[in-house]
Design a protein around this ligand. Sequence first.
Ligand code: NAG
Ligand code: NAG
Length: 229
Amino acid sequence: MATMGRVRRSPLLAAWLALGFAWHCALHHAPAAAVTLSTASRWVVDEAGDRVKLACVNWPSHLEPMLAEGLGKRPVGAIAGDVAAMGFNCVRLTWPTFLVTNASYSSLTVEQSFQRLNLTESLAGIRANNPAVVDLKLIDAFKAVVSSLGENNVMVILDNHVSKPGWCCDNSDGNGFFGDGYFEPDVWVDGLTKMATMFAGVPHVVGMSLRNELRGPRQNSNDWYNKHC
Ligand SMILES: *[C@@H]1O[C@H](CO)[C@@H](O)[C@H](O)[C@H]1NC(C)=O
Ligand SMILES: *[C@@H]1O[C@H](CO)[C@@H](O)[C@H](O)[C@H]1NC(C)=O
């Protein structure tokens, strides 16, 4: 493992990591030859028991086009290489639930997704910089980004950011809390399950964060305890 930057510790980060890794471990009973992270007391450790410090940078892939940002500007491998060169050993790669649960999104190729939004200039940039992803289904383009990060020895944490693709976060965007317009708990679990299954055998995918920034008026004890549990 390369030298790793220092991770700012906060209770929130710790909780987020714990949640992510708990989920990872719960779903990975017998991974084939996967590098597995675990905890030893307060530390995250690798299989040899050596401490692993995650230095993650966020890479958004949850916006309307559902493709990792920047692929219209530079080849995916160049971006992944720069992430590693800057000293990060991990990417928090965001994804929207509907990418894998909602046919009106999951059926699209990269080209169709950008055409649907009239993002012609970006699409031309993708054609120039990443021709191999243009005709892929969105989820296969997502996998190509994950693979490229792996080739550059960058670990990946899959981050369920929103349900409906788009900029996050607003209290009334329908993605904030269980029961909101686009945040159906069963669909959310289905999406997490699909992603966990899909990436279970990918060694450098080391965890999942279950949901970004729960928020909004449903975040109250009456709804939470009386209606949803
Ligand atoms: C699928 O996406 C559409 C458009 O965003 C949304 O209106 C619909 O509720 C989604 N369906 C499910 C089952 O999530
Ligand atoms: C894309 O352009 C077409 C034709 O000008 C227009 O009808 C459509 O509303 C546009 N879609 C978006 C998402 O802007």
